[in-house]
Ligand binder design. Structure first.
Ligand code: HEM
Length: 405
């Protein structure tokens, strides 16, 4: 096991996020959990090849995510993006700081309120049932749950929200899926990203000419964003929810089928509050965003007794922070758990905290209950140690999940 040292040369730095190698495939790497016992940030080499400071403690994570001396504008590290984004054009708002960040985010917050998302719940439920009908009707067994269920759910849910016409769903879903596919080449990813950019720009122009009852039309009608800004940020909405939600669905299925008692709880749950509690515990326990948080220090500073220089990259191990000792029996999945005050960090913290969290919660609550109820004999068709986990990816999860019933 490689010890994570407080400092070191890039060549000898331990890799981050590293493999989830604890007692079970869901536990953060043992080195990070061990490192969490001592104060300070760790030095590691991110999967993008950039050395970074890693915060593992809950309180340190909150500082990195809320202190204005950490900037989300990481353009100085081009390795962090696969993007056809023109560096001179509008920046996606998650990569900007206030006040620019607030100017753009404000245009979308009214679209993601709990009330508005709850109003969408019946349509999301119908959508999930339709996706499941299609999966069940496939002739092959086993079926890859990732491709035929987990990925289509967030992609089609967000296209419903944005107002993407139904006939464009296949294009939308296929190109978003390429961006998360393990064996897609950089060229394929760049082409898919460019196709989505063009598509979103055309959609924005179309919604400006012929507004309808959807997010893109309403945001453009408010007059604050140009079609170009809408296109860049519409793509952000599509992609931000895609990999994260899909991997939460895939991993939750593995975790629940490995714990039949907990799966039975999800099947039986009628009370929406208990369903919500169960999903929040899955979010905490599995915490898929593992190499998604990137900040750059804007000045020399000290955190946890550690000196950080201006220009250094800083990341937060959300999976490790969510196993902090502030959670009783932190390494146990307990669907009845009430999260301690202040909650968990699976959706981040501070001004960049997940904009789509109400939507994500509804998608997960509906997807997991519908799937487990409609397929009471659902099982993973390979042993757990043969499942292809996404250890080295920005979002942890499963590359594919052969299931049968
Ligand atoms: C289980 C699913 C999801 C997880 C675990 C998740 C997690 C996160 C996290 C950790 C952040 C903070 C990133 C940072 O601080 O740098 C974030 C931001 C964001 N998320 Fe999510 N997310 C999920 C689903 C969604 C969905 C469904 C949408 C929208 C359709 C969405 C849209 C966004 C946006 C736009 C931001 C950037 C907010 C900002 O910078 O102000 N997410 N998400």
């Amino acid at each position: 096991m490689t010890a994570i040292t407080a400092a070191g040369n890039a060549a000898e730095l331990p890799p981050y996020p590293g493999a989830r190698s604890g007692r079970c495939p869901f536990d953060p790497p043992a080195e990070l959990i061990e490192g969490q016992q001592a104060p300070g940030l760790r030095r590691a080499q991110t999967s993008h090849g950039v050395p970074a400071w890693v915060a593992t403690r809950f309180e340190d994570a909150k500082v990195v995510l809320s202190d204005t001396r950490f900037s989300a504008d990481v353009r100085r590290f081009p390795q962090l993006t696969v993007s056809t984004q023109n560096a001179q054009g509008p920046q996606p708002f998650p990569r900007t700081d206030d006040p620019e960040h607030a100017r753009i985010r404000r245009q979308f917050t009214g679209e993601f309120t709990v009330k508005r998302m709850e109003a969408l719940r019946p349509s999301i439920r119908d959508l999930i049932n339709t996706i499941l009908d299609e999966m069940i009707s496939r002739e092959e067994r086993p079926v890859d749950l990732v491709r035929h269920f987990a990925l289509p759910v967030p992609s089609l849910a967000v296209s419903l929200l944005l107002g993407v016409p139904y006939e464009d769903h296949d294009f939308f879903q296929e190109n978003s899926a390429v961006l998360t596919r393990r064996f897609a080449t950089r060229e394929e990813k760049t082409a898919a990203s460019a196709a989505l950019n063009d598509y979103m720009l055309q959609l924005a122009h179309r919604k400006q000419r012929e507004p309808a009852d959807d997010l893109v039309s309403r945001v453009l009608a408010a007059g604050e964003l140009s079609p170009q800004e809408m296109a860049v940020n519409g793509k952000v909405l599509l992609l931000a929810g895609h990999e994260t939600t899909a991997n939460m669905i895939g991993l939750s299925v593995v975790a629940l089928l490995n714990n039949p008692e907990q799966a039975a709880r999800i099947r039986a749950v009628e009370d929406p509050k208990r369903a919500a509690r169960a999903v929040d515990e899955l979010l905490r326990y599995l915490t898929v965003p593992q190499d998604l948080i990137h900040r750059v220090a804007t000045e020399d500073l000290e955190l946890g007794g550690q000196h950080i220089s201006a220009g250094d990259l800083v990341t937060v191990s959300l999976p490790t922070a969510n196993r902090d000792a502030r959670f009783d029996n932190a390494h146990v999945l307990d669907l009845e758990r009430t999260q301690p005050s202040g909650g968990h960090l699976a959706f981040g913290y501070g001004i960049h905290q997940c904009l789509g969290q109400s939507l994500a919660r509804i998608e997960l609550q509906e997807a997991l209950t519908i799937l487990l109820r409609r397929l009471p004999d659902l099982r993973v068709a390979v042993p757990t140690d043969e499942i292809k986990f996404r250890h080295d990816m920005a979002a942890f999860g499963v590359h594919e999940l052969p299931v049968t019933w």
